[in-house]
Design a binder for this molecule. Structure first.
Ligand code: PLP
Length: 411
């Protein structure tokens, strides 16, 4: 992409992890323009064809029997998930089930409930108290596991902390567990399949709903259609935004298993979800999303993400194997995290100024990358990389060269 001053950049972060199909896709703009001429607006308190078709398509993408509710942003998709979970329990005779368990370092949005679910202290500073009833446990960050413990044992320990929290709180008071398949903005923390499967078991046995936040991992970023497809677990609720339209227009969705939806069909004053929004499921955004899903499938971009990501991870691990300040290199589909440390034995996080200097050098070289950067809670410093899934081999070669050269002055 070309900036106002004429300089060219490669966007190694897909904006905010969202431009999955890449920039300049005329067919996406055309799909929205055609819909704007046909029917620019109609509320989903009624219905319209693009929303109906998109809900059907999302059902296919999810490979499960889901009912979809549209909104405007990832934050709102999560708020809707929390409301649905509480109301579902209320309507199923479990009115005490109102609490949610989330993980430290996870990110779920900027509104009072979604931020309460978020586990990054810096983002909450100055805004508390947030919504009550959100509890946090440690993330499955094997790089920072206790010395002497195997990664496998640590992953199981992290999952069982969720179970312990549910039991200590009183299982009959917990509505849901929310998690990203991979903690993305919090530092690309990739769990073992064991962890995810254990969390699924715990939720099922304890009557707690599993809410999977696919706002970043969805729509091919993970190398599959959705992040949870990599783990063989079936969520009760899935939230999505960002890659749903490849970031071209705002749109979000909350998908719930049909049996949850059935609970909302029972009679009584509270028998439907009372969450009206004016713009959620806007017809042009839905038409664009439909074109985006077609494009992602036609160009096999989820598979492309898996291939490009595997090569990137392999190359970075080989090239940086002896870099003294590179503590860990992690990846999942087409996203990667490089954790920088003062030295490898202490694993002490490298200072924020040094990390910023790497970002600046990348930008100088024409590459935009990101970082997690929440140092208030002692979070490690992780460089993040998530280019469009449509990146060419030349784009990836440029990205790798610029990144590696920007890391060299540290060594
Ligand atoms: N969930 C995750 C995993 C995210 O990364 C984000 C945003 O970065 C959100 C939710 C919130 O989405 P939005 O910024 O569209 O409200």
């Amino acid at each position: 992409m070309t900036a106002e001053d004429g300089r060219r950049y490669l966007d190694g972060m897909s904006g905010l992890w969202c431009v999955n199909a890449g920039y300049g896709r005329k067919e996406l703009a055309d799909a929205a323009a055609r819909q704007l001429e046909r029917l620019p607006y109609y509320p989903l308190t009624q219905s319209h064809l693009p929303a109906i078709e998109l809900a059907e398509q999302l059902g296919e993408w999810l490979e499960g029997d889901y009912v979809v509710f549209f909104s405007n942003s990832g934050s709102e998709a999560n708020e809707v998930a929390f409301k649905i979970a509480r109301q579902y329990h209320l309507q199923s005779g479990n009115p005490l089930r109102t609490k949610f368990v989330a993980r430290y370092r996870g990110y779920h949005g900027n509104s009072l409930g979604a931020l309460a679910a978020t586990g990054q202290a810096m983002r909450k500073l100055g805004y508390e108290p947030l919504a009550p009833g959100f509890l946090h446990v440690r993330p499955p960050d094997s790089y920072r596991r206790p010395e002497g413990m195997t990664a496998e044992a640590f992953q199981l320990l992290c999952a069982r902390e969720i179970e312990e929290r549910i039991v200590w709180e009183g299982e009959e008071t917990v509505a849901g567990v929310i998690l990203e398949p991979v903690i993305t903005g919090g530092g690309v923390i990739v769990p073992d399949p064991l962890y995810m499967q254990e969390v699924r078991r715990i939720c099922t046995e304890r009557g707690v709903l599993l809410i999977v936040d696919e706002v970043i991992c969805g729509f091919g970023r993970s190398g599959r259609k959705f992040g949870h497809h990599n783990y063989g677990v079936s969520p009760d609720i899935v939230t999505m935004a960002k890659g749903l339209t490849s970031g071209y227009l705002p749109l979000a969705a909350t998908a719930v298993k049909r049996e949850l939806h059935e609970a909302f069909r029972r009679t009584g004053a509270l028998a439907h979800l009372r969450h009206i929004n004016t713009f959620g499921g806007n017809p042009a955004a839905c038409a664009l999303a439909l074109a985006n899903l077609k494009l992602l499938e036609r160009e096999r971009l989820p598979q492309r993400a898996a291939e490009l990501g595997a090569k990137l991870l392999g190359d970075l691990r080989a090239e940086l194997a002896s870099h003294p300040q590179v503590g860990d290199i992690r990846g999942f589909g087409l996203m990667a995290g490089i954790e920088l440390v003062a030295d490898r034995s202490s694993r002490e996080p490298l200072g924020a100024a040094v990390v910023q200097a790497v970002l600046d050098r990348c930008r100088e070289a024409g590459l935009i990358i990101g970082k997690n950067g929440d140092t208030v809670a002692g979070m490690a410093n992780v460089l993040t990389i998530a280019p469009p899934l449509s990146s060419t081999d030349e784009d990836m070669a440029f990205l790798q060269t610029a990144l590696l050269e920007s890391l060299l002055p540290l060594a």
